[in-house]
Design a protein around this ligand. Structure first.
Ligand SMILES: Cc1cc2nc3c(=O)[nH]c(=O)nc-3n(C[C@H](O)[C@H](O)[C@H](O)COP(=O)(O)OP(=O)(O)OC[C@H]3O[C@@H](n4cnc5c(N)ncnc54)[C@H](O)[C@@H]3O)c2cc1C
Length: 210
């Protein structure tokens, strides 16, 4: 987030927390704050906000640095969060996380706006929200460096992810890919399953031809 104070207790990564939640046999032992702030605008932000509400948080607010139209979460997901008692505040970014005794107590925000060139700029007076837990749900990115083959040959990328054709074949002969690591995908489970199916058919053909 590039905000001051991210090392305070109570500041969590949303995906890591969701992983713990999904695997916890007894969900009542999971620590959850009373006042929760979620930073992000995608489905992960919606997911963690609803889960923490259901785990007993009294006040859950999602803060997103742009407007509703550019949120990664669909309109349906945004509405679902609001129906579940989650507040969504747009146009602000966290600048400072303030605490006492090493624990998060407050989050300071800088309002944002678009300038005439469409760039995100700071705008207006800063404000604060009380919070004893903050979740970072600001996205994950594909790191292509380890995807090298043979003598350091990298697979070709498209928009920062692996380029594949309709058969899910990559630029490297005999290597197929699917799911979140490919360019142009929907970043959904159903898409990953479809990719797996298409790649399996293509691999079968590839091996039979050999
Ligand atoms: C919080 C959250 C909520 C979501 N909710 C939904 C939802 O409601 N509906 C929906 O359709 N989608 C949802 N998604 C998206 C969905 O989870 C992904 O699109 C889907 O899991 C992609 O599948 P995948 O197989 O490409 O990747 P992943 O499921 O991420 O699987 C990749 C696997 O590879 C492993 N791995 C990584 N690097 C290596 C390595 N070097 N060697 C060996 N293994 C490695 C990882 O540990 C992981 O197990 C959600 C995602 C998140 C984060």
């Amino acid at each position: 987030m590039r905000a001051e104070g991210e090392a305070l207790a109570g500041v969590e990564d949303a995906v890591a927390y969701i992983a713990r939640l999904r695997q916890a046999p007894d969900k009542s032992i999971l620590p959850v704050g009373r006042r929760v702030v979620v930073i992000g605008g995608g489905n992960t932000a919606i997911d963690i906000a609803i889960q923490t509400r259901r785990l007993g948080a009294e006040d859950v607010t999602i803060v997103y640095r742009r407007g509703p139209a550019t949120m990664g979460a669909t309109g349906h997901e945004q509405e679902f969060a609001q129906v579940n008692g989650v507040r969504i505040r747009h146009w602000a970014r966290p600048t400072r996380l303030l605490g006492s005794d090493g624990r998060l107590r407050e989050v300071e925000f800088q309002p944002t706006a678009l300038d005439s060139a469409g760039r995100l700029q700071d705008s207006g007076e800063r404000y604060s929200l009380a919070a004893d837990m903050l979740f970072k749900a600001i996205g994950q990115s594909f790191m292509p460096d380890p995807v090298s083959a043979g003598a350091g040959q990298l697979l070709e990328l498209e928009k920062g992810r692996l380029r594949v054709d309709a058969r899910r074949a990559t630029s490297l002969d005999g290597v197929f890919a699917g799911g979140d690591c490919i360019g142009g995908g929907a970043d959904l489970t159903v898409q990953a399953v479809e990719d797996g199916k298409q790649a399996a058919h293509a691999i079968d053909l590839y091996l039979k031809r050999r």
